[in-house]
Design a binder for this molecule. Sequence first.
Ligand SMILES: Nc1ncnc2c1ncn2[C@@H]1O[C@H](COP(=O)(O)OP(=O)(O)OP(=O)(O)O)[C@@H](O)[C@H]1O
Length: 611
Amino acid sequence: MPSSDRRSMRRSLHGLRRTAGYLKPHLRAERTLLFGGSAALFAEVAMRLLEPWPLKFVLDGVIAASGARIGLDAPDNLPMVLVLACVALLVIVTLRAVAAYLMTLCFALAGNRLLTAMREQVYAHLQTLSMAFHDNARTGDLVTRVTSDVGRLKEVGVTAALPLLGNVITMVTMLGVVAVLDWQLALVMLAVLPLFVLTGARLSRKITGVSRTQRKAEGALASLAAETLAAMRVVQSYSLEDRMQAAFASNNVKTLKDGVKAKKLSAGLERRTDVLVGIATAGVLYLGATRVLAGALTPGELVVFLTYLKAAFKPMRDLAKYTGRIAQAAASGERLVDLLEERPRVVNQQWARSARPFLGDIQFTDVWLSYTTGHPVLRGLNLRIRAGERVAVVGPSGAGKSSVAMLLSRLRDPDYGQVRIDGHDLRDLTMESVRPQIAIVLQESLLFAMSIRENIAHGACDVTDEEIERAARLAGAHEFITALPDGYDTVVGERGATLSGGQRQRIAIARAAVRDAPIVVLDEAMTGLDQDTEQEVLAAMDRLTDGRTTIVITHDLAAAQNADRVIWIDGGLATDHGPPSQVLSRHAGEPGVISGPHRRDPREAYRAVRR
Ligand SMILES: Nc1ncnc2c1ncn2[C@@H]1O[C@H](COP(=O)(O)OP(=O)(O)OP(=O)(O)O)[C@@H](O)[C@H]1O
């Protein structure tokens, strides 16, 4: 047995155990349904046990009895036994059907509710994870985990694990009944069991290995598809279709190959099981028939045994069918648990308290930050921005300007040093009380595929229609919004794709405006706009930031010149600050500022980006 198969099996079992640990609290919540389902399961097993017995009574009490009296009148009570046996069979079959129906219903309902709760838990957890996690995660992969991994767990739980459990209980009870009636026949049945276990275990491990690989490949395939679809504009404009298609096809073929391999293995296991069941049946038939002839057993009892034999070994056959699916579920469960065990890096400290409304005095003291261990991006940054001040943060690309905004919203915590607002270290305040007091407009303003009204309303809690309109007017967006066929109810494309860059930006400004936050951060919010739009957006931003502490992160001289002060950041340090004209003239010609006519020259803009 290759050790990789064994490892796969062990990992699957371990994965199922870890998943079960997370499911436990949800299982407790569904205990009524699970209890009902289990009761129905036992009732169904009991009916399965009873099912062959009417046949036995007919064989022994009617057919055998009448056969012994060929040519004679049948005794009067024979039809009565026959009628009773038929009625009993009908009752048993009906009860079994009802029990099976209730069992499926209870387990399916519990399974659905359980995994819906788990899906919510995973999604909620994803939202608590810090940017440190999300920056390195693949969106497609995360989506696959929340949707199809949870779905698979649910499907397999309801359609494979529970029936398998029912079948195992049936097998044990049937073997018990057979042992009570005739221990020699029970021994024959048991004799083939080790053979089942040996072949079953070996092939199950192989199937587990292949199924895990298949699940992984499916995850990678979904990630690739999600990434390509999200970046369709880049794919088409750079003619990357063929390359993407080739990458997709190679992953797709891999999942196909693994799928076929898993199917082959489980079909092989099923057929081997059939042969073993055949051997056991022949053995029981031979020994049973000799015992019937010897008068130790009735023909009816032999029929009961043979029926049991078939039913008792069903779990073995099902094991082949379900092994692959259970292994995939284990892999899915592991992927979910891995996610749930991911701890957010930025958390509310135990002592954190709710922040009062900020005045907006910002201070960074000896702040160090690294995204990769050993490579600090901010190296002891010190800066002070007074309440109500408008500061432009300028400097070369990669100097750490956006990292300042990241720290201010507590999307990350510094490795060392303090970030204070109004004298309070942000780590002493709860995130929920800090973040609503900071409004951010980014260069790439992402909108959600919802109505414009909802997109603006996302800026704050409980926003009225009047406030939305006021914010849109402030952002200079009201006119174009009302000119749209559905006005504020116009649903925008994913990421706001159906709007122009300037329109998206003005909605983002409106979103920031409804927040009515004392601190506003504009991170390259003007980049990529044409001159006319830029003037409008610039005016909107002036209105947005009026009277608030404002940090304008920019390469743009025009935006920097409007500031009260410019802070020059280079190599993770604030190396210069002062009035815009002085600072900008000291750094004229250095990378980091795109000024005057050059700003409109695409080659210069390109060079600035390259720098
Ligand atoms: N999520 C991340 N993971 C790893 N490195 C990162 C991450 N975000 C930023 N960096 C690195 O940190 C450095 C500073 O990035 P930051 O975005 O703060 O610079 P910036 O001054 O705003 O640059 P630009 O002007 O080009 O926007 C860069 O070298 C960047 O590569």
